[in-house]
Write a protein that binds this ligand. Structure first.
Ligand code: SF4
Ligand code: SF4
Length: 226
């Protein structure tokens, strides 16, 4: 077997968009995303890859149905692959349980893990808050969804914390033919329910928040049925 040595050309350092390779050609275990670009650009094939366990996937039973979820180990950033594996398990569990629908709780932002969450989905329910950063994130996310030809649906959360921004968001969605399914008011019972570890729809069934969430749920169900 011939051992191949690095010729120190620097191509891997230049190509690594995560800056995971230092000037001595050491790879940072916590900054490497495992994208394998360095292996592709290396002219002498001096880079080899080993498998690394980044997290664990669990299948749980809940009173609402099966739930597939994952635990990413501390310091691990390679969550895109874990999302893909979790989705794969979810598809298998759905098939085994004869479920026709898989609901994915998508990752925040617009990075690798979000792209892994939304690839090949039919609809994306985008929940935003009416803040400057919320509107900015919405615009970036809608562009991404357009790129992947995924139909966006929008919900404005805590709409009454800034009604002016809520109107801006509604106007933006109307101009871009995006359906706003509902506006959820701010209510501290949501935090109370989270602290108690109970879904808000069960924590206080008479809350106006719950009425809006149920209305949004009905609309989503109707859209999925068409
Ligand atoms: S696998 Fe990707 S992230 Fe890791 S060092 Fe190579 S280019 Fe950088
Ligand atoms: S691309 Fe390959 S040969 Fe060039 S510095 Fe990196 S490991 Fe060495």
């Amino acid at each position: 077997m011939i051992k191949i040595f690095c010729v120190r050309c620097g191509a891997c350092i230049e190509s690594c968009r995560f800056d995971a390779i230092d000037s001595d050609f050491n790879v940072g275990p916590f900054s490497c995303e495992g994208c394998r670009v360095c292996g592709i650009v290396c002219p002498v094939s001096a880079i080899t890859f080993t498998q690394r366990k980044a997290g664990e996937i669990y299948v749980s039973e809940t009173k609402y149905g099966p739930m597939v979820h994952a635990f990413l180990f501390p310091g691990e950033e390679n969550s895109g692959k874990l999302v893909i594996m979790t989705r794969l398990f979810a598809s298998i569990v759905a098939q085994e349980n004869k479920k026709s629908l898989v609901i994915i709780d998508g990752s925040p932002g617009i990075g690798c893990s979000l792209i892994s969450s939304i690839t090949k989905v039919n609809y994306a329910l985008v929940v935003i808050e009416p803040t400057e950063s919320g509107i900015h994130d919405l615009e970036r996310l809608l562009e991404l969804l357009k790129h992947f030809t995924i139909t966006p649906l929008v919900v404005i959360n805590k709409y009454d914390i800034n009604e002016e921004n809520t109107q801006r968001t509604e106007k933006y969605c109307a101009l871009n033919n995006i359906l706003v399914l509902g506006k959820i008011p701010f209510d501290p019972i949501v935090t109370e329910a989270m602290v108690e570890g109970v879904p808000v729809v069960e924590y206080n069934r008479d809350s106006p928040v719950v009425a809006v969430i149920k209305d949004i749920f009905q609309k989503v169900t109707k859209i999925l049925a068409t």
